[in-house]
Design a protein around this ligand. Sequence first.
Ligand code: NAP
Ligand code: MG
Length: 404
Amino acid sequence: MEKIQMTTPLVEMDGDEMTRVLWQQIKDELLLPYIDLKTEYYDLGLPHREETGDQVTVDSAEATKKYGVAVKCATITPNAQRVEEYKLSQMWKSPNGTIRAILDGTVFRAPIMVKGISPVVKTWKKPITIARHAYGDVYKSTEYRVPGPGKAELVFTDADGKEQFRQTIYDFECGGVLQGQYNKDSSIRSFAHACFQYAISTKQDLWFATKDTISKKYDHTFKDIFQEIFDEQYKAKFDELGIEYFYTLIDDAVARVVRSQGGFIWACKNYDGDVMSDMVSTAFGSLAMMTSVLVSPDGNYEYEAAHGTVTRHYYKYLKGEETSTNPVATLFAWTGALRKRGELDGNAGLMAFADKLERATIDTIEGGVMTRDLVGLWEGEIPARGVNSLEFLKAIRAKLEAAL
Ligand code: NAP
Ligand code: MG
């Protein structure tokens, strides 16, 4: 069989530990034999970030802006223990944070569903994608531990030095806590564009919710900006596709999500997205079956798995012990990126390959062959057979060959 050709390269961001091992296995078993794979390779593994003073992370993000599509392996975010372990000259920042800041993107997380592993919430039949606004609010807040009686005020001074606003927050009669949060119109607008565009590109309804009844300036601004952008720029396209934009209060949204069948995108403010994405991913089954894509407002895409580098398994692997780490989310990061590349380049062969590879993966699990993390969740009729990562990839390969 002739290999599928690519015209434009993908930006490939390699990573760390167990997922770096899986990365190579996925390429060797399921991609290189079938695709004339063109990538611009950036090694974001921690040793190379150290060697380049983290310049490689910045370069990979810039390359994503140039080519439009990237696929990323999980990477270590260093903490004090990692600085020691890898003899780092400094505690490098989270690569995901750096990339997100450069691309100004929104992260969409969606579960991969298979028959035989059912969500904890029985009504959920289709995936729920969470879109988290990954900028500002409590994550960039200023906090103060109030020691005792005194007055806290909110003050705004404009760029000319003129005081425009002053209001008492609270007249403390005792100690307490205080917090100042902000967000920017430009970031909220980017978030809204990314959500509407992703809804169009995946043909799903978009839900958005805030606490606008209580937060009449802060949250209400999010609501207003979304509505304005929708009405002016996206309503016609939504109507044409038969999809809906639906705004409601966050409390109402939570209740509706639990009673829903799924199959929509739920846009969340930063904190809501942080909390709800963990709730939704756990309820769908496993972090190892959760994909993540960063979408920038100017239409760049970076695909990855939602989980980390699976350190515990890696230490076992280093000792020569057999590991059964689930490669599905990492594999779907590749298929997502290949499909998007195909879409942008008008490369139908590449898109069809991505579809077949995903189908082969799902069929393998539905046929009872899976990594051990899934065995405990399995409710299918045929008994589950837990295999190691490489055996699992080879089983997918057999199904893929039959489909090609
Ligand atoms: P993790 O790598 O997601 O793993 C946590 C646990 O979840 C694992 O020990 C394993 O449970 C289970 N798990 C996750 N993915 C799995 C898979 N594919 N197959 C089977 N089991 C899986 O999170 P972590 O241990 O907190 O973080 C490890 C490193 O990853 C850290 O250095 C962190 O900075 C980094 N990280 C990177 C990203 C990213 O690049 N996007 C995201 C998160 C974390 P059992 O041990 O019970 O089998
Ligand atoms: Mg969280």
